[in-house]
Design a protein around this ligand. Structure first.
Ligand SMILES: C[S@@+](CC[C@H](N)C(=O)[O-])C[C@H]1O[C@@H](n2cnc3c(N)ncnc32)[C@H](O)[C@@H]1O
Length: 276
């Protein structure tokens, strides 16, 4: 096992204050950046002045918004102190700033031109209400752009839920099992955004990630869907749970003859415009 994998193992069994680990999240930075880039490429705003990134994470992608729109003031909002500490390196006075806030109740000081949220809303139950609230912030011609993972029925999530609900773990982990209804189907987002008075463009994409190394799918989910589950366990229990989950993932995502492992990853996108 490589040294960085060992250190990730240790980190995963040691709960962090907010649970987010920028270094672990960035392990697959290229793969995780792609949907952000694909989402932003569909935002047709020409010269926005106020841009908000809800759930900005470690800020690298947020900073690219200021490059795309040189006249914009970009505000990244996140609730994780660890992610915000990492994001500080991407701050540009007067152009890119990061603020601590919970997207469920944060609001901008005034109207905005673009509200973006990439890979966040699946952590926010009932985020339909948040989308409706965000729609109300937009100036005429403004855009609301979101991307959520659409993989809650994929083996990564279904196997994790099955294990959390199994007799061995249910008493401690039943509430942490990923729920298939964490996100809406594409038509659900179309309906919510239309009801909010916007003109939505909704689509989905399945990325076929080619991963390498030992247990690469486990390494991928460690920094996301597995994180809140392990945070509920002591180190020994976390190791036992992880070993069981790793075995199930190996069977569901077998290594190919060339040593790589394919991880199909479905994502749902929406870009909705407030009519001028
Ligand atoms: C998977 S990361 C995505 C980060 C970034 N948007 C990106 O595309 O790389 C999810 C982020 O959402 C943030 N988050 C989750 N729930 C939140 C909430 N209720 N309020 C604010 N931030 C939240 C987490 O702290 C984390 O930084």
């Amino acid at each position: 096992m490589a040294a960085d994998e060992r250190s990730t193992d240790v980190a995963a069994t040691r709960p962090r204050p907010s649970g987010w680990d920028p270094a672990a999240y960035l392990r697959y930075a290229g793969e995780r950046a792609r949907p952000f880039v694909d989402l932003v490429s569909r935002v047709g705003a020409e010269d926005p002045s106020e841009v908000v990134d809800l759930g900005c994470g470690e800020g690298t992608m947020t900073a690219t918004l200021a490059e795309r729109w040189p006249g914009a003031r970009v505000t990244g909002v996140d609730s994780s102190p660890e992610m915000l500490a990492a994001a500080a390196a991407s701050a540009v006075p007067g152009r890119v700033e990061f603020v601590r806030g919970d997207v469920r109740d944060w609001a901008p000081d005034g109207p905005v031109d673009v509200v973006l949220s990439n890979a966040v809303l699946h952590w926010v139950p009932g985020h339909e209400r948040l989308l409706t609230r965000c729609a109300g912030w937009l100036r005429p011609g403004g855009r609301l752009a979101v991307q959520v993972p659409g993989n809650f029925r994929a083996p990564t999530h279904a196997l994790l839920a099955e294990l959390c609900l199994s007799p061995r773990w249910a008493s401690r982990l039943a509430d942490a099992a990923p729920r298939p209804d964490a996100v809406l189907e594409p038509a659900g987002y179309l309906d919510v955004l239309t009801a909010a008075g916007l003109s939505p463009d909704v689509w989905e994409t399945t990325y076929l990630h080619v991963l390498s190394g030992a247990d690469p799918v486990l390494a991928w989910v460690r920094s996301t869907v597995l994180r809140p589950v392990l945070a509920l366990l002591d180190a020994d229990s976390a190791a036992e749970f992880t070993a069981q989950y790793a075995a199930a993932l190996r069977a569901a995502y077998p290594a190919r003859p060339d040593g790589t492992t394919l991880l199909p990853f479905r994502r749902v996108f929406a870009v909705a415009t407030r009519p001028s």
